[in-house]
Design a protein around this ligand. Structure first.
Ligand SMILES: [Zn+2]
Length: 453
């Protein structure tokens, strides 16, 4: 260990990052200009164009790029920089984006990258084209500072993340695609700007549809109402069971969160909840957001209020979604949800419960060497201790990687701060945050490869 020499190397790397930032930014702008939404019904051409542009960017930082045919989906772009005997690092992001949504809500056009007050606006500027350029920028900076990249690099850029494409299942059948010592999932963000964060827990999800059918058609409530079985009332009783008196979901057990606490004021601000409005449930806010189950009714079919007639409702259905704690098996959670709903069926009415989607969460192990290197890299780049955070959104690939490459340490870090408004109008990335994340990832790669002790 030579602290003085390493300090010089760290500063050299910081300077190299600064040098590559103009290219990082222009690459990001080029990607944002391509409306690569892979949702059904959107044109394929821009999706392919974004794949080609991603390949160009990876080649520009010295990797050899190829398209990986993901069965039944848009290709993933793979960049390789082999290095025999060195630690293997896989860097993941995705090049597809959410639809732009309501154009009237955008202050500037979604596919024209525009800078305002240090943020670059545009659909995908954060989620997740920032991840692509973070990886490319880090590789370029390490190469510039040290003359070579001291780890064996694979970059894997998915083309259908936002529409739950086939990659997560593909890697279970082709585990060789994700073999590495460390896998960086660059599709998250720090819990606040300038607050280095490693995401260590992801909730999973199961959902199902509950359908109640009682009568062949509406029955006049004056003539028949009373004994006539009301499908909507029965459904409401069933749905009511999803939360207890205090607003907690008790369908499956959760556990206590030991990472960074969640600030109530910030949480309220992020979702636009007034201070005088209640929060549901008991226990710490982090427990309720990360490590405990949380049930919601996300859709309901029933007659509209406008034009409602005085009739007993013969048919009603609802979609129920259950966020499940990290580490809980989705199949077991689905069984518990269905059994719970069944047990809540009142008055002996006929109910059909149809299981829907499920996604596995993840609880990340934080005791390995790559995790220690990432923690050091983030602390060095931001000059602050690292916090551990949980993410509500599920990233199915994470669970698949943990299954396909059990030896790999999985690290979730990126430039999507809460202000990035991913999936919403006026998505953006903070350019200073992006630069610091490029630096952090560059430090991580150098440290993993032994170029920085
Ligand atoms: Zn994403």
């Amino acid at each position: 260990m030579s602290p003085a020499g390493d300090d010089a190397s760290i500063e050299g790397l910081r300077a190299a990052v600064r040098e590559v930032m103009p290219r990082v930014r222009s690459d990001l702008e080029a990607l944002v200009r391509i409306p690569s939404c892979a949702f059904h019904g959107f044109p394929r051409e821009p999706v392919r164009q974004a794949a080609d542009e991603t390949a160009r960017i990876l080649e520009s930082v010295g990797l050899s790029a190829s398209m990986l045919d993901v069965t039944g989906g848009e290709p993933a772009v793979v960049g390789r920089g082999p290095r025999e005997g060195a630690p293997r690092v896989l860097l993941y992001a995705h090049y597809d984006v959410q639809p732009a949504g309501d154009l009237d809500e955008w202050h500037t056009p979604p596919f024209e990258p525009t800078e305002r007050e240090g943020r670059l606006y545009g659909r995908g500027a954060a989620d997740d084209k920032s991840g692509i350029v973070m990886h490319a920028g880090a590789i370029a900076a390490v190469r510039a500072a040290f003359g070579e990249v001291p780890v064996d690099i694979t970059v894997l850029i998915e083309g259908e993340e936002e529409c739950s494409g086939p990659l997560a299942d593909f890697v279970l059948v082709h585990p060789e695609v994700v073999q590495a010592d460390a896998v960086v999932i660059g599709d998250v963000g720090n819990r606040a700007l300038g607050e280095p964060t490693l995401v260590t827990a992801l909730r999973g999800l199961v959902d199902c549809t509950v359908e109640v059918r009682t009568l062949p058609g509406p029955a006049h409530s004056g003539m028949y109402g009373g004994p006539a079985p009301d499908a909507l009332l029965a459904l409401i009783r069933i749905l009511d069971s999803l939360r207890d008196e205090s607003g907690d979901t008790v369908i499956i057990p959760g556990f206590e969160w030991t990472g960074a606490p969640v600030d109530e004021k910030e949480y309220r601000e992020e979702i636009g909840l007034r201070p005088d409005q209640p929060l549901f449930g008991t226990g710490s806010l982090a427990d309720r957001l990360i490590t405990r189950p949380s049930a919601s009714v996300i859709g309901i079919d029933a007659p509209r209020v406008e034009g409602a007639i005085n009739a007993v409702i013969p048919h009603a259905r609802a979609k129920v979604s259950l966020r499940i704690p990290p580490g809980v098996e989705p199949a077991a959670a689905m069984d518990a949800l269905v059994a719970h709903l069944r047990a809540a069926v009142p008055w002996g009415v006929d109910v059909t419960i149809t299981p829907g989607d499920s996604g596995r969460g993840a609880l990340i192990a934080t005791g390995g060497p790559a995790y220690a290197d990432a923690r050091w890299a983030l602390e060095t780049a931001f000059g602050k201790p690292v916090g551990e955070a949980g993410e509500g959104g599920s990233i199915p690939l994470v669970a698949s990687v943990m299954q396909a490459a059990p030896q790999a340490e999985v690290l979730l870090m990126g430039a999507e701060d809460p202000g990035a408004l991913i999936h919403a109008p006026n998505e953006s990335v903070d350019l200073a945050e992006l630069e610091t994340m490029v630096f952090a990832e560059a430090l991580f790669l150098a440290r993993m490869g032994g170029a920085l002790a």
